[in-house]
Write a protein that binds this ligand. Structure first.
Ligand SMILES: *Cc1c(COP(=O)(O)O)cnc(C)c1O
Length: 548
């Protein structure tokens, strides 16, 4: 026995011996068995939730201390499993947001990633992840219509990281000096008023400043109003500013609005010509919708998956829009949303790898890694230094699902939403659907009869709209209390609408149904609607009492 023997037992083997492997398998089996034991399809949570008293986290702070002596592995695992109790588990009762139930292949990909623990910074330190990253970059470039020989890609910290990195590329491409001298003060970014706050944070952090982020109005289908975009870009130019960057959202986070990239490109090119501007960068924020590019080459005529007609109609409409992602300078695949993989699995794709030279580090700045005679893949252009190899989980999913598997999964989100919309509006008289058919349905209740078309057309007063908002807000609280049965989402800014009597647009509150798991099936739809109907009936009774 050497002195390090006990410590070595805390690690996997280096010689592949069976004993140490069995130890690991034993712990994993314990974990899987105990988590399975907590699963209950009639609930959303794994076992009982801890009591989140006011001082819950304070008490944790008080008690927390590194144990003087290490615990046994059994005890350690038990402590970890304690944390899992009451955890939300994405099953058919979760219809709130784009939270994934990671598919099995992606879990195994993740496991292999951590077992060999490559550093995705450099292929010498992480060959598996490097090859996987190159491979998924090429695979997905081909899906969306980028030239795989010209494109580049890397996994990064979410859809938000992709927005940030794209803005950084845009700035450096516009002014190569900016890396040394700081950024010019007259740069402007444009995005939909319903875009994700990723750009907001990115203009803060890059120094462009929030004042130089121009929000463009949306149309009834929640896509950017391109007339408004054109007007606002012209205004910026007139005032001496430089339009640098347009964020085209491909599936807004709450309502799945899809911007018309082809038209955005026409507008920016025209402005460039008319005003002698440098190319304006377009990033497709496809964090929510990007997976739908998997239908780009679907044969709708022969319909090999036998998708129903309504679903096909929606998907054909998507293809018209998502095919144009290839026009964008960059885009993102957030597999941890509709692709059903663990956090964080986001691939940032760049149309032209030459852009990376603008942000790559000088060789003299990276003395420790890369730029040696050995190794040929060194991601010195990313904002991270060490990087997890999350391409492994993406790669695993793409292999296990194939294009067809993803098409089935993605078509089901739509099919279930169509059924939900039909059942909800026929069963509940005081509800209105407030977005287009998509994986997300937004809906809004009214204290009496539905007034959505009047409201949307700006015919209600501020007082009426406020009352309806409060009605929906209060009902969201009721539903939130019952989220262990079915967890619906909600939003306080589905879109902005101007009341008839004031000059300001106000946000509309809405509820969300987000079919996000393969277990959210047609068979479940009646139960979702029944749940809403029952709770609304009760709510209306108490609401009337308050009004009287
Ligand atoms: C979710 C989302 C993001 C942010 O993605 P993360 O992976 O959570 O960082 C950005 N844009 C859109 C449109 C999104 O829906």
């Amino acid at each position: 026995m050497t002195a390090m023997n006990d410590i070595q037992k805390l690690f996997p083997s280096i010689d592949g011996n069976e004993n140490q492997r069995e130890e690991l398998i034993k712990s994993m089996k314990q974990i899987l068995t105990e988590i399975d034991g907590l699963k209950d399809p009639s609930k959303l949570t794994l076992g009982e939730m801890p009591e989140y008293t006011e001082d819950y986290y304070n008490r944790i702070v008080e008690q927390a201390i590194v144990p003087e002596m290490g615990l046994s592995m059994d005890n350690t695992v038990q402590k970890l499993l304690d944390l899992v109790k009451g955890h939300r588990y994405v099953n058919q009762n979760y219809v709130a947001n784009a939270a994934p139930l990671p598919n099995t292949a992606s879990l195994l990909g993740n496991l292999i990633m951590v077992l060999v623990n490559g550093n995705n910074l450099w292929d010498v330190e992480g060959p598996a992840a490097a090859t996987a990253e190159v491979e998924v970059t090429s695979m997905l470039s081909k899906i969306i219509g980028y030239d795989a020989n010209a494109s580049a890609g890397f996994t990064t910290w979410g859809g938000q990281g992709a927005v940030f990195q794209s803005l950084r590329l845009a700035i450096a491409r516009y002014d190569i000096e900016s890396n040394r001298k700081g950024i010019p003060q007259n740069l402007y970014c444009f995005c939909s008023e319903l875009s994700h706050y990723s750009l907001y944070k990115s203009v803060e952090a890059t120094g462009i400043g929030v004042d130089n982020m121009i929000r463009v109005k949306v149309k009834d289908d929640h896509s950017m109003d391109l007339e408004d975009l054109k007007e606002k870009m012209n205004q910026v130019i007139e005032d001496g500013g430089i339009p640098l960057y347009v964020l085209a959202t491909m599936g807004t986070t709450d309502t799945f609005g899809i911007d018309d990239i082809a038209e955005v490109k026409r507008i920016t090119e025209k402005l460039e010509q008319e005003n002698g501007l440098k190319p304006i960068y377009i990033h497709a924020d496809s964090a929510m919708g990007g997976m739908y590019t998997f239908f780009n080459d679907y044969d709708f005529e022969n319909n090999p998956l036998h998708l129903d007609e309504d679903t096909c109609d929606v998907l054909m409409g998507y293809v018209q829009k998502f095919r144009n992602i290839r026009i964008a300078d960059s885009m993102v695949f957030d597999f941890h949303k509709l692709g059903q993989t663990p956090y964080i699995t986001s691939l940032f794709l760049i149309k032209d790898k030459e852009y990376l030279q603008y942000v790559d580090l000088d060789v003299s700045e990276t003395p420790y890694v890369g730029n040696r005679g050995y190794g040929s893949y060194h991601t010195s252009y990313t904002l991270e230094c060490s990087r997890m190899g999350s391409a492994m989980a993406i790669y695993a999913s793409l292999l296990a699902f194939g294009v067809e598997g993803y098409q089935r999964l993605l078509a089901n989100y739509i099919r279930v939403n169509i059924a939900f919309r039909n059942t909800l509006t026929s069963e509940v008289p005081n509800v209105a659907l407030t977005n287009e058919i998509s994986p997300i349905t937004t809906f809004r209740f009214y204290p009496e009869e539905r007034k959505w078309s009047d409201e949307r057309n700006g015919n209600l007063t501020l007082e009426e709209m406020t009352e309806i908002n409060q009605f929906n807000d209060a009902f969201a609280e009721v539903l939130g209390m019952e989220r262990d049965t079915i967890f619906f989402g909600n939003t306080k800014k589905q879109r902005l609408i101007k009341p008839i009597d004031v000059d300001q647009r106000i946000p509309v509150y809405a509820h969300k149904f987000f079919s996000i798991s393969p277990y959210t099936t047609l068979e479940e739809v009646d139960r979702y609607v029944e749940f809403l109907k029952e709770h609304m009936a009760l709510f209306l009774k108490t609401h009337e009492r308050i009004l009287v």
